[in-house]
Design a protein around this ligand. Structure first.
Ligand SMILES: Cc1cc2nc3c(=O)[nH]c(=O)nc-3n(C[C@H](O)[C@H](O)[C@H](O)COP(=O)(O)OP(=O)(O)OC[C@H]3O[C@@H](n4cnc5c(N)ncnc54)[C@H](O)[C@@H]3O)c2cc1C
Length: 388
């Protein structure tokens, strides 16, 4: 046995888990497919909740991230072509911000650096896990490194690969529901200042979000059918900006520039159960959500944090045992179930063009706007998860 915990994937969720176990006397190794100099090259921008900011603060990485983070002070929710809108405000919640907008690449770089400085955490870059097996007392991971095949074993293998590899998992089944949506992301500059307002606009073609990013611009997440997203990604800039203006409306004035267009197919993927003897899946490996409510990473971060809290309280020889995994699974059930339900509801039911639904949506938004306890409820769930 080489390790107590072997973390497969050093993305934001796997790296968070490793950092949360620093200095607790457990032997922890992270296996990451990227090469060290590559960094996390990813065009995504993440909306971090207040709860996630608190966790990153406890790990000592928030001070490094703060200069890149744009606070969201107001969330403006509306629908195209229909009445009804709602506003959530940080000041109403007694918070400085409802959340923070942060480039995925900056988050990855800060976590990589923090891991490099953590003397008791071993990180192996350029290592791709290809298979996972379990025995009575351990999990064994087969990897490819520089063209050679190697094996690592540990009392607990934590799958944090974003659900991008390891299809055959012992005793676990992956279910996929295609949304028929692709997200087109990019950074847009606009005529009017953002005033730290995030916009979520529901349209019959899917939701479109503008998240305040940097001093003046917005991170755009525009959901459309795969064909339409591919067409939009290829449009000349001026035509793209004109179509975006038509689709989004006038709230931020004219769109002046777009940079870094990239597309991501969207689907709901769930793994059931998320634990097997000596194995647990966390983050996107356990649940990959539609980005409509910006919940995926926030939920994954809470997976990592809760698993770390339980691992710290578990004697090294019992790590990966039935009791530890039972505690983890029961502790995550409500938060994970709530996050999946809420996001799936918004993606499927809220963002569609069924007859009568526009009016029902409008009534729901008007009710949210009028009812302070309902706004408080939604703000708390978005900040701290279903258990918040
Ligand atoms: C367009 C878009 C917008 C989003 N916006 C938001 C948002 O606003 N807020 C939010 O909370 N979430 C958002 N999300 C979701 C968020 O990006 C994910 O939930 C988050 O990145 C998951 O982190 P992770 O570490 O689990 O997986 P990943 O980020 O996918 O990281 C997985 C890591 O594992 C490594 N890896 C993969 N396979 C292997 C292997 N075989 N061996 C070793 N290493 C491996 C990869 O190199 C990578 O570093 C969005 C997603 C999309 C697509």
């Amino acid at each position: 046995m080489t390790d107590d915990l072997l973390i497969i994937g050093g993305g934001p969720v796997g790296a968070t888990l490793a950092l949360a176990l620093k200095n607790y006397g457990l032997r922890v190794t992270v296996l990451e497919a990227r090469h060290p100099a590559t960094g996390a090259r990813d065009a995504r921008t993440l909306a971090l909740s207040e709860g996630s900011r608190l966790i990153l603060g406890r790990l000592g990485v928030w001070s490094r991230l703060a200069p890149y983070a744009t606070p969201i002070e107001t969330i403006h929710i509306s629908q195209r072509g229909r009445l009804g809108r709602a506003m959530l405000r940080a000041e109403e919640e007694g918070q400085e911000a409802l959340g923070y907008v942060l480039p995925y690449a900056e988050l990855g770089a800060a976590l990589d650096d923090a891991l490099a400085a953590a003397e008791d955490i071993r990180v192996e870059f350029g290592v791709r896990a290809t298979a996972l097996e379990t025995s009575d007392d351990a999990a064994t991971v087969t990897v490819e490194q520089n063209g050679a095949t190697k094996k690592f074993s540990a009392r607990l293998a934590v799958i944090a690969d974003g659900g991008r590899s390891l299809d055959a998992l012992p005793g676990m089944k992956r279910e996929t529901r295609e949304y028929g949506h692709t997200a087109l992301v990019g950074h847009v500059e606009c005529e009017l200042p953002h005033n730290n307002i995030a916009y979520e606009r529901f349209t019959p073609q899917g939701p479109v979000a503008l998240l305040p990013e940097g001093a003046t611009g917005y991170a755009l997440v525009w959901t459309a059918t795969p064909d339409e997203a591919a067409r939009l990604a290829q449009l000349p800039e001026a035509q793209f900006l004109a179509e975006l203006h038509k689709h989004f409306g006038d709230r931020v004035g004219a769109f002046r520039a777009i940079a870094g267009r990239a597309t991501f197919p969207l689907r709901l993927v769930t793994l059931r159960p998320v634990t097997a003897p000596h194995v647990v899946a966390i983050g996107n490996a356990a649940q990959t959500l539609h980005p409509v409510a910006g919940q995926g990473f926030n939920l994954g971060l809470r997976d990592a944090w809760q698993l770390a809290l339980i691992a710290r309280e578990t004697a090294a020889e019992s790590v990966g045992g039935a009791e530890m995994l039972r505690r983890y699974q029961s502790g995550r059930r409500v938060d994970t179930g709530g996050g999946i339900f809420f996001t799936d509801f918004l993606a499927r039911v809220f963002a569609n063009d069924w007859p009568g639904w526009g009016a029902a949506r409008g009534a729901g938004l008007a009710l949210l706007e009028l009812c302070a306890p309902a706004r408080h409820f939604v703000s708390r769930k978005m900040s701290f998860g279903a258990k918040g």
